[in-house]
Design a protein around this ligand. Structure first.
Ligand SMILES: [Zn+2]
Length: 70
């Protein structure tokens, strides 16, 4: 079963997984024609590649809002 992959961090396109456990290597790449940056991670296993692909910079904190609207 293919692990869940987050969308491309640059364009939001769904990435493609190339190779796989049976090949002894696995690459995950954004192949969107709109994305001039190709993000590729290569690891020996699907699970390892997915972990690396899904690792992101920390999400920004949501803005602080006051419940009273002031
Ligand atoms: Zn992309």
């Amino acid at each position: 079963m293919q692990p869940d992959l987050k969308p491309c961090p640059f364009c939001g396109h769904a990435p493609e997984m190339l190779g796989g456990d049976a090949y002894g290597y696995c690459a995950i790449s954004c192949q969107s024609g709109d994305c001039y940056v190709t993000v590729t991670v290569v690891r020996p296993s699907e699970a390892g590649a997915a972990v690396d692909w899904n690792r992101r910079a920390a999400e920004p904190e949501p803005p602080v809002t006051r419940e009273d609207g002031r």
